[in-house]
Design a protein around this ligand. Structure first.
Ligand code: PSU
Ligand code: MN
Length: 304
């Protein structure tokens, strides 16, 4: 971290001590808290994710921007603020300098969290799903900044794949183009968030945290920049019904088109409507897959 970066970053004592002693730290995003779930499910999920990281012997570092300070590790009051305040901005990479300069609040996306984790020297990050190429991206160019960040910042992202509101095939093509390894954890198929399979293969299958750690370590030794996707399928018992989900996806995509939703509003709109249409089942599945991802990220961080 450069001296100038340090002036803007607040690491909690717990995070700083763990990082300096090379003990395991797992970064967590905050868009999922501010925009990914309704209250109080969001706060419950955020607290439980931090608890699981600790249970697995890693320090959780939830990332957000509060009052223009880049926070790496949050207090419970700060988590509660993110979970309840109505006007928290969604903070991707490009939003960070603006929010910091203006002294504002922001909930970091996968791209935003990766950028901050890289500044803070944190190498593992757990989330729900990554952003990717939206359906019709060939025409609209709507590709998440998460993909580009994965080509830049050396952070491994444990996720349950990408939601089927996206074009998963195109998303995987872009990850290949940008040189991002896509590891299927215990699977040959790239998972589709609420379901274990997507019909698309992964780059490589790995079955233990130790082997994931070996790949990450080797990449670092080679001085190869950029991130890694560790795709961890949702446990079978929490999977949603694929047909019901497909119907909901068709409906929300048509709604977004009719309402002419664009830019950074697209993903939050789609996610919120899917939650509404599929009800408690998707909320439950979403929480459980996040917990699994935190567990795996902590285990890989330990193996590193
Ligand atoms: N996909 C999910 N859940 C999420 C997101 C994506 O299944 O919460 C959030 C993440 O924070 C991700 C962001 O980084 O949406 C991507 O937004 P966009 O498509 O605007 O880049
Ligand atoms: Mn977009």
């Amino acid at each position: 971290m450069s001296a100038l970066q340090k002036e803007h970053l607040d690491l909690t004592e717990e995070v700083r001590a763990a990082r300096d002693a090379a003990r395991p730290v797992v970064a967590l995003e905050s868009t999922i808290v501010a925009h990914g779930f309704p209250y109080p499910a969001n706060l419950e999920c955020a607290r439980e994710a931090e608890r699981i990281a600790r249970e697995e012997g890693a320090v959780p570092a939830t990332v957000a921007i509060l009052g223009g300070r880049i926070k790496v590790g949050l207090s419970d009051e700060e988590l509660e603020h993110l979970a309840t305040a109505p006007d928290i901005a969604k903070a991707s990479r490009r939003d960070i300098p603006v929010l910091v300069a203006r002294g504002s609040d922001g909930a970091t996306t996968v791209a935003g969290t990766m950028a901050v984790a890289a500044m803070a020297g944190i190498r593992l990050f757990a989330t729900g799903g990554i952003g990717g190429a939206h359906r019709g991206a060939q025409r609209t160019f709507d590709v998440s900044a998460d993909i580009l960040e994965l080509s830049r910042s050396e952070v491994a992202v444990v996720c349950a794949g990408a939601k089927s509101v996206l074009d998963i095939g195109l998303t995987l093509e872009l990850l290949e183009t940008h040189g991002v390894p896509v590891i299927g954890y215990g699977t040959d198929e790239f998972p589709a968030f609420y379901t274990r399979g997507s019909g698309h293969g992964v780059d490589v299958r790995v079955d233990t945290p130790e082997e994931v750690a070996r790949i990450l370590r080797t990449k670092r030794e080679l001085g190869m920049r950029g991130g890694t996707v560790i795709a961890n399928p949702i446990p079978a018992e929490y999977e949603l019904d694929a047909l019901e989900l497909d119907r909901a996806v068709e409906t929300v995509l048509a709604e977004a088109e009719a309402a002419d939703i664009r830019g950074k509003d697209v993903t939050p709109f789609l996610l919120a409507r899917i939650h509404e249409l599929t009800g408690g089942a998707s909320e439950h599945a979403n929480k459980e897959l996040v917990y699994e991802n935190v567990r795996l990220a902590a285990r890989v961080a330990n193996a590193l």
